[in-house]
Design a protein. Sequence first.
Length: 89
Amino acid sequence: MNNKNTGSRRGLGRGEGRGMGQGSGQGLGRGGGRGRNSGGGYSIGGYCVCAKCGTKVAHQQGIPCTNQKCPKCGNTMIREELLNERRGK
């Protein structure tokens, strides 16, 4: 009785074809800026502060301070670190 392997074989040869090669070159010069705070996020925690009356409330992760209103005067809140940067502290 012969022990012959039967089945399919796949070769390891190189394929040939024409693809969409990657181009090299420069873009249109738009974008590339890192935005506010040099692209970094503020730390977890911190406070949202009212720029009008100075009321501080604890920052809630995932909710921007600018989406919150001051509980005392109704003005838009701002992140404490951002307010300090604007004031030069």
